[in-house]
Ligand binder design. Sequence first.
Ligand SMILES: *Cc1c(COP(=O)(O)O)cnc(C)c1O
Length: 395
Amino acid sequence: MDSERWIRLEERYTCGVYTKHPVVLVRGAGTRVWDADGREYVDCATGHGVALLGHGHPRVLEAIREQSERLMTCSEAFYNDRRAELEAELISLAPWARRVFLCNSGAEAVEAAIKFARLVTGRPGVVAARNGFHGRTMGALSATWRPEYRRPFEPLVPGFVHVPYNRPEPLEEAIGPQTAAVILEVVQGEGGVHVGDGTFLRRAQDLCRQRGALLIVDEIQTGLGRTGRMLACEHYGLEPDIVCLAKGLGGGLPMGAVLLGERVGQLPPAVHGSTFGGNPLACAAALAVLRTLREERLPEQAAELGDFFLERLKGLRSPLVREVRGLGLMVGVELRRRARPYIRALVQRGVLALPAGPLVVRFLPPLTIAREDLEFVVRRLEEALAEPVEEEGAD
Ligand SMILES: *Cc1c(COP(=O)(O)O)cnc(C)c1O
């Protein structure tokens, strides 16, 4: 079997920081991916929510092909046509957005957001939420909650505190005269698919305004139609000062962006930068993604499909299911047991899904997925939950 060969080769040389399924993915088209032995999967993992338009979307492919032949690299020491167009398109995502910083990943977008907040306010403090996830670089990790991710790397960046998510009082106590920013997700993704409460999020925004701190909303996972709105902030009428985007933005190419509101304004030269940030290839791909999302009304479609999917999942009659929750096509099924073995069982049945913390099976399908495929996913999950699966150790 071809798969075994590739697995052996990767296992020999990969550094080991990832837990992998014994599956070698070699091809994708739309909502499907195939492994090296020709097995087909419905992709509800989408590279952690990257393939918003599915795999190999013709508009993204054409944009990448065309731009790769013209100009792939152009640092921000120069202007560029594609970058200019993309920046305008990004600003049009939100009425409050004024300026943008381009980078190459989610963690980099969060790093930039934290640096800008400290710079603009002249304060060091950052308030983040328990169960929040913001990335693995030192600054982003300082905002991330999970102790297993943080502890081996301490001391982290000073000035970070964590408060319970969705509870206004502790947040109110945590924001002080040294707080530069509050950073929150609208739906906590890696932390277990916890949907933010509108009252809590709006209170966070009010408190930031009253006390001279900035509100950073991490929309790296929730953004770009995933939750049924272009930005998840729209569900609650939020107008943050900074929004971080990444994951699906580059259509599969690495890309991040930071949207900046009026209170951040224009930044002084040389305070931050990135070699690959704003490269024309990623900009061309992102432009194709944003235009396709808008023209094909994919956020609206995600809202409808998400309602359908949630309703079907809530209909599952399994004693193992503790709760089904989500917003749009960001959906989690919390189990009464560890989720990993059930995710494995799903993969064996032709469905790729993700964990979100130890107990949650998370689905991040392409926004273009068909209802029949969602039905297929629900049936496979039902089967997986009905089969006895072996318990395993560490998550
Ligand atoms: C994935 C994710 C990140 C980190 O993105 P990377 O590209 O892996 O650095 C940060 N915040 C949220 C909410 C995410 O889902």
